[in-house]
Design a protein around this ligand. Structure first.
Ligand SMILES: [Zn+2]
Length: 362
Protein backbone atom coordinates (compact mmCIF):
# COMPACT_ATOMS: atom_id res chain seq x y z
CA UNK A 1 0.00 0.00 0.00
CA UNK A 2 1.27 3.40 -0.89
CA UNK A 3 -1.76 5.39 0.05
CA UNK A 4 0.17 8.43 1.15
CA UNK A 5 2.24 8.57 -1.98
CA UNK A 6 1.22 11.23 -4.41
CA UNK A 7 0.90 9.70 -7.83
CA UNK A 8 1.79 11.66 -10.91
CA UNK A 9 3.44 14.96 -11.44
CA UNK A 10 1.66 18.00 -12.74
CA UNK A 11 3.75 19.13 -15.63
CA UNK A 12 2.13 22.42 -16.41
CA UNK A 13 4.13 25.52 -15.81
CA UNK A 14 3.21 27.81 -12.97
CA UNK A 15 2.57 31.20 -14.39
CA UNK A 16 1.64 34.25 -12.49
CA UNK A 17 -1.34 36.01 -14.00
CA UNK A 18 0.71 39.11 -14.27
CA UNK A 19 4.05 37.77 -15.24
CA UNK A 20 4.97 35.20 -17.77
CA UNK A 21 7.56 33.24 -15.85
CA UNK A 22 7.42 30.83 -13.00
CA UNK A 23 8.01 32.17 -9.53
CA UNK A 24 10.72 30.51 -7.52
CA UNK A 25 8.58 30.69 -4.42
CA UNK A 26 5.18 32.21 -3.88
CA UNK A 27 4.31 34.49 -1.01
CA UNK A 28 2.67 31.68 0.89
CA UNK A 29 5.92 29.82 1.17
CA UNK A 30 5.20 27.14 -1.38
CA UNK A 31 8.44 26.25 -3.06
CA UNK A 32 8.17 26.14 -6.81
CA UNK A 33 10.60 25.00 -9.39
CA UNK A 34 12.11 28.03 -11.06
CA UNK A 35 12.13 26.24 -14.38
CA UNK A 36 8.38 26.39 -14.56
CA UNK A 37 7.52 22.96 -13.27
CA UNK A 38 4.62 22.99 -10.92
CA UNK A 39 4.35 21.23 -7.63
CA UNK A 40 2.95 17.76 -7.25
CA UNK A 41 -0.79 17.19 -7.11
CA UNK A 42 -2.27 16.55 -3.71
CA UNK A 43 -4.84 14.02 -2.64
CA UNK A 44 -8.62 14.46 -2.51
CA UNK A 45 -8.58 16.56 0.63
CA UNK A 46 -7.98 19.57 -1.56
CA UNK A 47 -11.48 19.53 -2.98
CA UNK A 48 -12.55 22.37 -0.71
CA UNK A 49 -9.37 24.35 -1.15
CA UNK A 50 -5.98 24.18 0.49
CA UNK A 51 -4.71 24.98 3.90
CA UNK A 52 -2.21 27.83 4.13
CA UNK A 53 1.13 27.10 2.59
CA UNK A 54 -0.15 24.03 0.80
CA UNK A 55 -1.10 25.54 -2.51
CA UNK A 56 -0.24 23.26 -5.37
CA UNK A 57 -1.38 22.95 -8.89
CA UNK A 58 -3.55 19.97 -9.64
CA UNK A 59 -3.48 17.70 -12.66
CA UNK A 60 -5.55 18.77 -15.65
CA UNK A 61 -9.12 17.49 -15.42
CA UNK A 62 -10.38 14.54 -17.41
CA UNK A 63 -12.32 16.23 -20.20
CA UNK A 64 -14.19 13.03 -20.95
CA UNK A 65 -16.12 13.53 -17.71
CA UNK A 66 -19.04 15.87 -18.38
CA UNK A 67 -21.71 16.58 -15.80
CA UNK A 68 -25.21 16.80 -17.26
CA UNK A 69 -26.16 20.47 -17.23
CA UNK A 70 -28.72 22.70 -18.90
CA UNK A 71 -27.34 25.59 -20.92
CA UNK A 72 -28.42 29.06 -19.84
CA UNK A 73 -27.85 31.78 -22.42
CA UNK A 74 -26.90 35.35 -21.81
CA UNK A 75 -29.60 37.71 -23.10
CA UNK A 76 -29.55 38.83 -26.73
CA UNK A 77 -27.10 41.64 -27.39
CA UNK A 78 -25.08 40.84 -24.24
CA UNK A 79 -21.76 40.81 -26.07
CA UNK A 80 -22.27 44.20 -27.70
CA UNK A 81 -23.43 45.80 -24.46
CA UNK A 82 -20.52 44.37 -22.48
CA UNK A 83 -18.14 45.53 -25.21
CA UNK A 84 -19.59 49.04 -24.99
CA UNK A 85 -18.94 49.02 -21.26
CA UNK A 86 -15.34 47.95 -21.86
CA UNK A 87 -15.03 50.80 -24.35
CA UNK A 88 -16.28 53.26 -21.74
CA UNK A 89 -13.82 51.92 -19.15
CA UNK A 90 -10.88 51.98 -21.57
CA UNK A 91 -11.78 55.63 -22.22
CA UNK A 92 -10.81 56.41 -18.62
CA UNK A 93 -7.19 55.60 -19.48
CA UNK A 94 -4.79 53.75 -17.16
CA UNK A 95 -6.59 52.66 -14.00
CA UNK A 96 -4.07 51.77 -11.34
CA UNK A 97 -3.71 53.39 -7.98
CA UNK A 98 -0.60 55.41 -7.30
CA UNK A 99 0.79 57.42 -4.44
CA UNK A 100 -0.92 58.94 -2.64
CA UNK A 101 -4.38 58.09 -3.97
CA UNK A 102 -5.07 56.89 -7.42
CA UNK A 103 -4.95 58.18 -10.97
CA UNK A 104 -7.78 59.99 -12.73
CA UNK A 105 -8.74 56.82 -14.63
CA UNK A 106 -8.69 54.77 -11.44
CA UNK A 107 -11.00 57.24 -9.73
CA UNK A 108 -13.34 57.47 -12.72
CA UNK A 109 -13.66 53.73 -13.07
CA UNK A 110 -14.49 53.29 -9.39
CA UNK A 111 -17.19 55.91 -9.72
CA UNK A 112 -18.49 54.24 -12.87
CA UNK A 113 -18.71 50.78 -11.27
CA UNK A 114 -20.39 52.25 -8.22
CA UNK A 115 -22.88 54.28 -10.25
CA UNK A 116 -23.82 51.36 -12.46
CA UNK A 117 -24.39 49.03 -9.52
CA UNK A 118 -26.42 51.66 -7.70
CA UNK A 119 -28.50 52.31 -10.82
CA UNK A 120 -29.39 48.61 -10.74
CA UNK A 121 -30.63 49.09 -7.18
CA UNK A 122 -27.64 47.55 -5.42
CA UNK A 123 -25.94 48.89 -2.34
CA UNK A 124 -22.22 49.27 -2.94
CA UNK A 125 -19.66 48.79 -0.20
CA UNK A 126 -16.40 50.60 -0.75
CA UNK A 127 -13.38 49.36 1.16
CA UNK A 128 -10.54 51.86 0.89
CA UNK A 129 -7.23 51.38 2.68
CA UNK A 130 -3.64 52.46 2.41
CA UNK A 131 -1.01 49.78 2.23
CA UNK A 132 1.48 50.63 4.96
CA UNK A 133 4.51 49.39 3.15
CA UNK A 134 3.72 50.69 -0.33
CA UNK A 135 1.91 53.83 0.83
CA UNK A 136 -0.61 53.28 -1.94
CA UNK A 137 -4.33 53.67 -1.40
CA UNK A 138 -6.44 50.85 -2.82
CA UNK A 139 -10.20 50.38 -3.10
CA UNK A 140 -12.25 47.20 -3.37
CA UNK A 141 -15.91 47.46 -4.29
CA UNK A 142 -18.61 44.93 -3.59
CA UNK A 143 -22.34 44.55 -3.89
CA UNK A 144 -24.72 41.80 -2.87
CA UNK A 145 -27.68 40.24 -4.65
CA UNK A 146 -29.54 38.40 -1.90
CA UNK A 147 -30.64 34.80 -2.39
CA UNK A 148 -32.80 32.59 -0.18
CA UNK A 149 -29.74 31.74 1.89
CA UNK A 150 -26.87 33.79 3.28
CA UNK A 151 -24.30 31.37 1.85
CA UNK A 152 -22.72 33.28 -0.93
CA UNK A 153 -21.05 32.73 -4.23
CA UNK A 154 -18.59 35.42 -5.23
CA UNK A 155 -18.35 36.59 -8.81
CA UNK A 156 -15.21 38.66 -8.95
CA UNK A 157 -12.57 40.35 -11.05
CA UNK A 158 -9.81 42.92 -10.68
CA UNK A 159 -10.40 46.50 -11.77
CA UNK A 160 -6.81 47.79 -11.74
CA UNK A 161 -4.57 47.86 -14.79
CA UNK A 162 -0.89 47.08 -15.00
CA UNK A 163 1.33 50.11 -14.38
CA UNK A 164 3.52 50.61 -17.44
CA UNK A 165 5.50 53.70 -16.51
CA UNK A 166 8.75 54.31 -14.67
CA UNK A 167 10.05 50.75 -14.89
CA UNK A 168 13.86 50.53 -14.99
CA UNK A 169 13.71 48.46 -18.15
CA UNK A 170 12.47 50.76 -20.94
CA UNK A 171 10.77 47.85 -22.71
CA UNK A 172 8.22 47.82 -19.89
CA UNK A 173 7.23 51.43 -20.37
CA UNK A 174 4.49 52.01 -22.95
CA UNK A 175 0.92 53.17 -23.37
CA UNK A 176 -1.38 50.56 -21.90
CA UNK A 177 -5.16 50.64 -21.53
CA UNK A 178 -5.88 47.09 -20.36
CA UNK A 179 -8.92 46.46 -22.55
CA UNK A 180 -8.84 42.75 -21.85
CA UNK A 181 -6.63 42.71 -18.74
CA UNK A 182 -8.82 44.83 -16.56
CA UNK A 183 -11.77 46.28 -18.47
CA UNK A 184 -13.25 43.09 -19.95
CA UNK A 185 -14.13 41.32 -16.72
CA UNK A 186 -15.41 44.51 -15.05
CA UNK A 187 -17.62 45.13 -18.09
CA UNK A 188 -18.87 41.56 -18.13
CA UNK A 189 -19.78 41.50 -14.45
CA UNK A 190 -21.64 44.81 -14.71
CA UNK A 191 -23.54 43.59 -17.75
CA UNK A 192 -24.50 40.39 -15.90
CA UNK A 193 -26.25 42.30 -13.12
CA UNK A 194 -29.75 42.51 -14.69
CA UNK A 195 -29.70 38.78 -15.46
CA UNK A 196 -28.53 37.94 -11.96
CA UNK A 197 -31.24 40.14 -10.46
CA UNK A 198 -33.92 38.47 -12.57
CA UNK A 199 -33.13 34.98 -11.25
CA UNK A 200 -34.31 33.73 -7.87
CA UNK A 201 -31.52 31.72 -6.31
CA UNK A 202 -30.72 29.79 -3.19
CA UNK A 203 -27.30 31.42 -3.03
CA UNK A 204 -26.58 35.03 -2.36
CA UNK A 205 -24.39 36.39 -5.14
CA UNK A 206 -21.71 38.89 -4.23
CA UNK A 207 -20.00 40.89 -6.94
CA UNK A 208 -16.48 41.90 -5.97
CA UNK A 209 -14.11 44.22 -7.82
CA UNK A 210 -10.59 43.87 -6.46
CA UNK A 211 -7.94 46.55 -6.61
CA UNK A 212 -4.19 45.95 -6.81
CA UNK A 213 -4.14 42.57 -8.51
CA UNK A 214 -1.28 43.57 -10.76
CA UNK A 215 2.27 43.30 -9.50
CA UNK A 216 3.88 46.64 -8.74
CA UNK A 217 7.15 45.26 -10.04
CA UNK A 218 7.07 44.33 -13.69
CA UNK A 219 7.88 40.79 -12.70
CA UNK A 220 5.46 38.84 -10.59
CA UNK A 221 7.83 38.95 -7.62
CA UNK A 222 6.34 35.98 -5.84
CA UNK A 223 3.05 37.78 -5.29
CA UNK A 224 4.64 39.87 -2.53
CA UNK A 225 3.70 43.10 -4.30
CA UNK A 226 0.51 41.95 -5.99
CA UNK A 227 -2.98 40.68 -5.12
CA UNK A 228 -3.44 43.51 -2.63
CA UNK A 229 -7.23 43.62 -2.97
CA UNK A 230 -7.93 39.91 -2.71
CA UNK A 231 -5.58 39.47 0.23
CA UNK A 232 -7.30 42.38 1.97
CA UNK A 233 -10.75 40.97 1.21
CA UNK A 234 -9.90 37.54 2.62
CA UNK A 235 -8.32 39.03 5.75
CA UNK A 236 -11.38 41.18 6.44
CA UNK A 237 -13.72 38.28 5.73
CA UNK A 238 -11.90 36.06 8.21
CA UNK A 239 -12.03 38.76 10.89
CA UNK A 240 -15.74 39.36 10.28
CA UNK A 241 -16.42 35.64 10.49
CA UNK A 242 -14.71 35.40 13.88
CA UNK A 243 -16.95 38.21 15.10
CA UNK A 244 -19.99 36.47 13.66
CA UNK A 245 -20.66 39.37 11.32
CA UNK A 246 -20.32 37.47 8.07
CA UNK A 247 -21.47 34.13 6.78
CA UNK A 248 -19.80 31.54 4.67
CA UNK A 249 -18.36 32.06 1.22
CA UNK A 250 -19.34 28.91 -0.62
CA UNK A 251 -17.26 29.47 -3.72
CA UNK A 252 -15.45 32.09 -5.77
CA UNK A 253 -15.76 32.38 -9.53
CA UNK A 254 -13.03 34.72 -10.74
CA UNK A 255 -12.90 36.30 -14.19
CA UNK A 256 -9.73 37.72 -15.73
CA UNK A 257 -9.25 38.54 -19.41
CA UNK A 258 -12.51 37.21 -20.76
CA UNK A 259 -13.19 39.47 -23.75
CA UNK A 260 -10.25 38.93 -26.09
CA UNK A 261 -10.35 37.74 -29.67
CA UNK A 262 -9.79 34.00 -30.03
CA UNK A 263 -10.95 33.42 -26.46
CA UNK A 264 -9.31 30.50 -24.75
CA UNK A 265 -10.02 29.89 -21.07
CA UNK A 266 -7.36 27.53 -19.84
CA UNK A 267 -7.76 24.71 -17.35
CA UNK A 268 -6.25 26.78 -14.53
CA UNK A 269 -4.52 24.25 -12.35
CA UNK A 270 -4.55 26.00 -8.99
CA UNK A 271 -8.34 26.18 -9.09
CA UNK A 272 -10.46 23.67 -7.19
CA UNK A 273 -10.84 20.50 -9.22
CA UNK A 274 -14.58 20.12 -8.70
CA UNK A 275 -15.21 23.69 -9.85
CA UNK A 276 -13.05 23.12 -12.91
CA UNK A 277 -15.15 20.06 -13.71
CA UNK A 278 -18.29 22.15 -13.37
CA UNK A 279 -16.78 24.88 -15.55
CA UNK A 280 -15.77 22.41 -18.24
CA UNK A 281 -19.19 20.73 -18.17
CA UNK A 282 -20.89 24.13 -18.48
CA UNK A 283 -18.70 24.93 -21.48
CA UNK A 284 -19.70 21.64 -23.10
CA UNK A 285 -23.41 22.14 -22.28
CA UNK A 286 -23.25 25.64 -23.80
CA UNK A 287 -21.56 24.38 -26.95
CA UNK A 288 -18.51 26.54 -26.22
CA UNK A 289 -16.06 23.79 -25.33
CA UNK A 290 -13.60 24.65 -28.08
CA UNK A 291 -12.91 27.91 -26.21
CA UNK A 292 -12.16 26.09 -22.96
CA UNK A 293 -9.48 23.83 -21.54
CA UNK A 294 -7.62 23.13 -24.77
CA UNK A 295 -4.53 23.90 -22.70
CA UNK A 296 -3.83 23.57 -18.99
CA UNK A 297 -1.63 25.74 -16.82
CA UNK A 298 -1.58 27.27 -13.36
CA UNK A 299 -1.92 31.04 -12.96
CA UNK A 300 -1.52 32.89 -9.68
CA UNK A 301 -4.42 35.30 -9.48
CA UNK A 302 -6.93 36.77 -7.03
CA UNK A 303 -8.35 33.32 -6.27
CA UNK A 304 -5.13 32.24 -4.55
CA UNK A 305 -5.68 34.05 -1.21
CA UNK A 306 -9.15 32.45 -1.05
CA UNK A 307 -7.86 28.98 -1.74
CA UNK A 308 -5.17 29.44 0.89
CA UNK A 309 -7.89 29.68 3.54
CA UNK A 310 -9.91 26.78 2.17
CA UNK A 311 -12.49 28.61 0.05
CA UNK A 312 -13.18 26.73 -3.20
CA UNK A 313 -12.36 28.87 -6.22
CA UNK A 314 -12.05 28.76 -9.97
CA UNK A 315 -10.30 31.23 -12.25
CA UNK A 316 -11.64 31.81 -15.74
CA UNK A 317 -8.51 33.24 -17.30
CA UNK A 318 -7.26 33.58 -20.86
CA UNK A 319 -3.54 33.81 -20.14
CA UNK A 320 -1.85 30.84 -21.75
CA UNK A 321 -0.88 31.85 -25.28
CA UNK A 322 -2.41 35.33 -24.94
CA UNK A 323 -0.26 37.47 -27.24
CA UNK A 324 -1.71 40.84 -26.19
CA UNK A 325 -1.22 40.28 -22.46
CA UNK A 326 0.74 43.15 -20.84
CA UNK A 327 1.53 44.65 -24.24
CA UNK A 328 0.45 47.86 -26.01
CA UNK A 329 -1.81 45.60 -28.11
CA UNK A 330 -4.25 44.98 -25.25
CA UNK A 331 -6.71 47.37 -26.87
CA UNK A 332 -10.38 47.47 -27.85
CA UNK A 333 -9.49 46.31 -31.37
CA UNK A 334 -8.40 43.02 -29.88
CA UNK A 335 -11.62 42.42 -27.99
CA UNK A 336 -14.53 40.47 -29.44
CA UNK A 337 -18.14 40.93 -28.26
CA UNK A 338 -18.68 37.23 -28.88
CA UNK A 339 -16.07 36.36 -26.23
CA UNK A 340 -18.06 38.26 -23.59
CA UNK A 341 -21.13 36.33 -24.61
CA UNK A 342 -19.39 32.96 -24.51
CA UNK A 343 -18.02 33.64 -21.03
CA UNK A 344 -21.40 34.88 -19.79
CA UNK A 345 -23.19 31.80 -21.16
CA UNK A 346 -20.80 29.53 -19.34
CA UNK A 347 -20.89 31.45 -16.05
CA UNK A 348 -24.71 31.48 -16.07
CA UNK A 349 -24.80 27.79 -16.91
CA UNK A 350 -22.39 26.82 -14.15
CA UNK A 351 -24.04 28.85 -11.35
CA UNK A 352 -26.91 26.41 -10.55
CA UNK A 353 -24.44 23.54 -10.43
CA UNK A 354 -22.11 25.49 -8.12
CA UNK A 355 -25.08 26.18 -5.85
CA UNK A 356 -25.98 22.51 -5.89
CA UNK A 357 -22.45 21.30 -5.20
CA UNK A 358 -21.42 23.85 -2.58
CA UNK A 359 -24.67 24.89 -0.89
CA UNK A 360 -27.53 22.44 -1.40
CA UNK A 361 -25.64 19.17 -1.23
CA UNK A 362 -22.70 20.02 0.91
ZN1 LIG B 1 -2.34 41.67 -15.78
Amino acid sequence: MRTSVVVGIAIAAVLAACFGAAASQNSWGTPQDGTGTAGTPQNGTQESGQSPGQLRSHPAIDRRVKLPMTAIRAPKGFGERAFARAEKIVGFGPRYSAKPAGMPGWTQQLRYIETELQAAGLKVIRDTWTDRKELITFTNLRATIPGKRDDRILLACHHDTKCTIEHPDQRHNFDFVGANDGASAVALLLELVPTLLATKREATIELVFFDGEESLDWNWNEAARALFGSKRYVKRHREAQVLGEEGRISALILLDMVGGKNLHIQDELYSTTRLRQILWSAAVASGHDKHFFQRAEGAADDHVPFMEVGIPAVDLIDLNGNVTWHTPADTLENLDPRSFEITADVVLTMLPEVEKAYILER
